[in-house]
Design a protein around this ligand. Structure first.
Ligand code: DO4
Ligand code: MG
Length: 289
C-alpha cells in the first residue's frame, strides 16, 4: 500500500494507492494523526477498509509525504563507507571511529516537516560551503507506538567542508533550507521487508554550452549499496531514538548513508540527484545559489 500527499484546491490531501482519502468514518479527516496511531499488525486491514475517493491520476501535484510539525531525525556513521569518508575529511578522526563502534548510535534532528522538500522540488547547497554531497538514505516511518510501518527515499544533503572543519558544526552542515528531501510517498512495510533493500544514487549534470549536441545531462556520479551493509539493525536505531522521546505524531528516521562520492566530487547548481531506495525513486534538482 502506497500513501502520497497532494496539493488540492481544498489544501493538502492524502491518497492511498492513487485514490484520494476524502471521507473517513466519523467525519475524521485522514492525516498523520490517524495514520501514526495505526498498529503495524492491523494497518493494511484498516487502510484497505477506508472509503476511497476519486482516482487522482497525474492531476494533483505531489507534496512531501509528511505534515508541517512532523519531526525528521537522522542517524549517522551507520555504514563503514560513511565512517571512512568522515575520518578522511576531518581533523577529529577518532569521533567517527568511536561512534561507529559504540553501542549508542549517532542521532540528530534533521528537519521539521514544513522545511522538507518532496519529489521534484529543488534541494540546495549552502552559499558558504564549497564541498557538498547528497546522502541517499532509507527513511523509516515510525508510528506513535514506536513500530516501523513503512519507508520512503531520502536525501540528507550535507556540506562536507563545514562538518569536516569541526564536528560541532554538524547542525550547520546538515540543517538548512532545502537540505532534507523525502518521498515520493510512503510505502507501507515492516522491518523484515527493509533489511536488504537496494539503495542507488545517480547525479546528472548538464553539459556545457555552446555544444547543443552535448546538452543531454551526463552522469557524473553513480553509487549503490544495500541496507544489509549497515552495521546496526533498524530496530536498534528506532529503540535508541525512542528511548527518552515520545512522538505522538510518529516520526521519520533517516538511517545513514552507505554511499559517499570521491573527495574530488562536489554537487553543483543545475545537477539532478536521483535516489532509489527499494521501489521508490526521488529526484531533485540542485537550485541556483
Ligand atoms: O556524523 C556525521 C553524519 C553522518 C551521516 O549523516 C551519515 O552517515 O549518513
Ligand atoms: Mg546522513
Amino acid at each position: 500500500m502506497y500513501l502520497t500527499r497532494h496539493h488540492t484546491p481544498q489544501g493538502a490531501r492524502w491518497a492511498l494507492d492513487g485514490a484520494l482519502l476524502r471521507t473517513m468514518p466519523h467525519n475524521r479527516e485522514f492525516g498523520l494523526d490517524f495514520l501514526m496511531d495505526l498498529r503495524q499488525s492491523t494497518i493494511s486491514e484498516i487502510l484497505g477498509a477506508l472509503p476511497k475517493g476519486e482516482s487522482i491520476g497525474e492531476s494533483l501535484p505531489l507534496l512531501p509525504p509528511l505534515e508541517p510539525l512532523q519531526e525528521v531525525w537522522a542517524s549517522g556513521v551507520t555504514y563503514l563507507r560513511s565512517r571512512v569518508a568522515r575520518e578522511a575529511e576531518s581533523e577529529a578522526r577518532d569521533v567517527y571511529a568511536k561512534v561507529y563502534a559504540a553501542v549508542r548510535p549517532e542521532l540528530f534532528l534533521k528537519s521539521i516537516g514544513w522545511r522538507v522538500v518532496g519529489h521534484t522540488m529543488p534541494i540546495r547547497i549552502r552559499a558558504d560551503s564549497r564541498w557538498n554531497v547528497p546522502e541517499p538514505e532509507l527513511v523509516l516511518v515510525i508510528n506513535r507506538h514506536k513500530e516501523i510501518i513503512g519507508y520512503c527515499a531520502g536525501n540528507d544533503v550535507s556540506s562536507r567542508d563545514i562538518e569536516g572543519a569541526n564536528p560541532l558544526y554538524l547542525p550547520q552542515a546538515k540543517i538548512y533550507n532545502q537540505s532534507c528531501a523525502l518521498g515520493p510517498g510512503i510505502l507501507l512495510a515492516g522491518a523484515d521487508e527493509l533489511r536488504d533493500l537496494p539503495i542507488e544514487v545517480e547525479i546528472l549534470r548538464p553539459s556545457v554550452a555552446p555544444y547543443p549536441e552535448r546538452l543531454t545531462p551526463a552522469s557524473v556520479f553513480h553509487g549503490e549499496t544495500r541496507v544489509s551493509q549497515m552495521k546496526r539493525s533498524l530496530e536498534e536505531l528506532v529503540d535508541y531514538l525512542c528511548k527518552e522521546l515520545d512522538f505522538p505524531q510518529g516520526v521519520f528516521l533517516m538511517t545513514g548513508t552507505g554511499i559517499v562520492p570521491p573527495e574530488s566530487f562536489s554537487m553543483q547548481s543545475g545537477d539532478t540527484v536521483k535516489i532509489t531506495v527499494g521501489a521508490l525513486t526521488i529526484e531533485n534538482s540542485v537550485a541556483e545559489r
